[in-house]
Design a protein around this ligand. Sequence first.
Ligand SMILES: [Zn+2]
Length: 216
Amino acid sequence: MSAFGLDRCPHCNIALPNLLEVGKYQVPSSDRTVYLLRCKTCSMPVSVVADPWGHVVTTWPKTVAYSKDIPERARNRLIDARETLANPSPCIMCCNAAVDWMLKEKGLVEGSLYSRIDKAAEEHLITDDMKAWAHEIRLSSNIERHADVNEADPTREEAQRCLNFAEALAELLFVLPERVARGRVAKQPAEAKPKVAPPSAAEVVAAAVQSLKGVR
Ligand SMILES: [Zn+2]
């Protein structure tokens, strides 16, 4: 069990992080204590607010949970990517697989990932900028898969960039459209309410009479 029972580091996502306490302070007029911890793997800070019994009240930053709107296989690869962020090479390959699954879920199943990315842009599922970014990830992943001796080891920043893209793509293709669809469904009854009832026969006659008055 890691410090305060945190499952993962919210930065590098390593499981059961070794979090060293580097500082703490008692919140004035409160029984809460803020602990500043440092992840031994990525050196990034994590702060925990705890009660007098050491139970976690809140943490910063929060660990990421992916929306269930993202199809399962793509979501699982995103989780894998996040869990391996401290190891750039597998992380980049997982990002690549996540992107590939997302495009397949959108019906782009033919050909290679290269052609799927191009087709996604042709069909306006992604912008040209996103297409260029997707190709970068594909190339980074190829380098990792083919063990190119001329290429340096990928850095954590590169892995983070790949993950940023894969997460943005998941938002764009699945999370946002579902949120919009849910918003529209929720709005429908409210929209239906102010609908004006059709005029009664008497009202139609009265309006017709009124308009004839103007003609005369
Ligand atoms: Zn970490």
